[in-house]
Design a protein around this ligand. Structure first.
Ligand SMILES: [Zn+2]
Length: 176
């Protein structure tokens, strides 16, 4: 399975992850899917997620309400959800799924995990072992995706042309 991230989705994931750091964010992914590919157009954060340091717990009835609202207002489908993993004490955050993440993973959907850690130097964006990895404003970011079908969770390859080769913005050179 391939998970294709649009510019909007990429920026949405970054902003919601960085906003709540060192807490963890949670939200839904809107887009559309085919049998081999899931196109993620938007990442919409849940404002009501009870953001704890280790795990994010959701009010699942509310989640259903949100999915219904999405269904009746847009042409996009809810293709999955995302949350972040933050550096906790001395442990660096990873994109590995926790037991809890696996337990609440819905069949036929994509789960994206964004790991955020502190970093000193800028680093170019690229693919590392199927994940998308880079840095922004002193944060190291790694985005991993999973797909669940027939009760089996597998790693999915992330594709994000917008992010690749993207470096923190330089001050633009004025034209003469
Ligand atoms: Zn998690």
């Amino acid at each position: 399975m391939e998970v294709y991230l649009s510019e909007n989705a990429f920026v949405g994931l970054l902003v919601s992850t960085i906003e709540v750091y060192r807490r963890e964010c949670f939200g839904i992914l809107l887009g559309h899917s085919t049998s081999e590919r899931v196109f993620v157009e938007f990442a919409v954060p849940y404002q009501t997620a009870n953001r704890k340091y280790r795990e994010v717990h959701m009010d699942w009835k509310r989640s259903q309400r949100v999915e219904d609202a999405v269904r009746s207002t847009t042409r996009w489908e809810c293709v999955g959800d995302y949350h972040s993993h933050s550096k906790y004490g001395l442990n660096r955050a990873t994109t590995e799924l926790s037991k809890e993440d696996e337990k609440y993973f819905t069949d036929g959907t994509v789960g994206i995990v964004v790991a955020i850690n502190d970093i000193r130097k800028p680093r170019p964006w690229g693919y590392v072992k199927g994940t998308l990895s880079g840095a922004v404003n002193g944060y190291s970011i790694r985005v991993g995706a999973y797909y669940k079908s027939n009760d089996h969770i597998e790693k999915a390859h992330i594709i994000c042309p917008y992010a690749i080769g993207f470096m923190e913005k330089q001050v633009p050179v004025r034209e003469r």
